[in-house]
Design a protein around this ligand. Structure first.
Ligand code: DHY
Length: 316
């Protein structure tokens, strides 16, 4: 197993960098670290690393990769050996602020990046004058879909040291259909849902905000910019993980969630995963029993193949 410190960043594809900048920086209030050619590097107010959200100009939406930080530099060498054992495709990689990283594909084909050191620019935590929009605090979790959820989870547990906090059971009340996992210790850093498609997909990334008012503010901001269709789901409260939420779609239909007031696993050795049975369907996704829009249930974006940079499969 390699010692992963935490989920650290995501790279997403947008077709118009200026429009994306308007959405993420001007409206939502992400801190812009830097724009460099075809990339814009963003972070939340508590994040001192160079970036946690990379917007890359591309011809269609999708996910480039999900980044994780390892606890110490030696873990990267260990990772190369282990990836070979798992028979997984990997390659050396560099990005702005990160000199040495490994890009690899999980057993279900998700592009993951691991690294130890990223340029540190300092957080904006108590620079209250600079907090704007929704005040995104930090990247909280990612949510993706794969065909064989159990194979993927075994890998996240055995290679990356994640553990389950909750799951949903399917109609048979045996098969697991959605699973939440953590390593850092908050309700989840990764959620994975089962899909029928042969290729994986990226559902959303989520930023933690400090309070419910910030979740509501997201709706107020988007509505006052007359982008009503961008508000896809919520505000609401999840059954699983307990958090208050809102989901937005950007101009390319990439999805982002703002989320607050989930729990922290204080004693991982005592934790018993919360199992949601199928008959709890009404309130396990939305605790208030509000219906989930069809688009949220059926739409996601494709992910890049690490060898070609091309998207796997289809596009929405
Ligand atoms: C759920 C989805 C999330 C999350 C927590 C819980 C459950 C659901 O809506 O089905 O994205 O962060």
């Amino acid at each position: 197993m390699i010692d992963i410190l935490r989920l650290s960043h995501v790279g997403i594809r947008v077709t118009d960098l200026e429009k994306a900048r308007y959405f993420y920086v001007d409206l939502l209030g992400f801190v812009e670290t830097e724009k460099d050619g075809d990339y814009i590097y963003l972070r939340g107010i508590d994040e001192g690393q160079h970036h946690s959200l990379v917007l890359k100009k591309a011809d269609s939406p999708g996910l480039s990769y999900i980044g994780f930080r390892v606890r110490r530099a030696e873990e990267l060498d260990k990772a190369k050996e282990e990836l070979q054992k798992f028979n997984l495709k990997f390659t050396k990689f560099k990005e702005r602020g990160v000199e040495e990283a490994i890009l690899f594909e999980t057993p279900q084909g998700m592009p993951f990046l691991i690294y130890y050191d990223m340029e540190y620019v300092g957080d904006m935590r108590m620079k209250f004058y600079a907090h704007r929009g929704v005040s995104p605090v930090r990247l909280a979790h990612v949510n993706y879909v794969v065909k064989d959820i159990e194979e993927e989870i075994q890998f996240l547990k055995n290679f990356m040291g994640y553990y389950e906090t909750e799951w949903f059971l399917g109609k048979d009340n045996q098969t697991r259909e959605v699973i939440w996992l953590t390593r850092r210790g908050d309700s989840h850093e990764i959620a994975i849902a089962k899909s029928q498609k042969n290729v994986p997909g990226f559902h959303h990334e989520t930023y933690y905000v400090h309070e419910l008012r910030d979740v509501i503010r997201a709706a107020d901001i988007i509505a006052s910019a007359e982008l009503w269709d961008s508000i896809e789901r919520g505000p609401g409260r999840h059954g699983a993980t307990e958090g208050y939420y809102i989901y937005l779609r950007d101009f390319d239909k990439n999805r982002i969630e703002f989320f607050t007031e989930d729990y922290v696993v204080l004693d991982p050795d005592k934790w018993k995963p919360v199992v949601w049975r199928n008959e709890q369907f009404r309130y396990r996704s939305d605790f208030w029993g509000r219906p989930i829009p069809q688009s949220w249930l059926t739409e996601w974006v494709p992910v890049e193949d690490i060898s070609t940079g091309k998207l796997k499969g289809w596009s929405i």
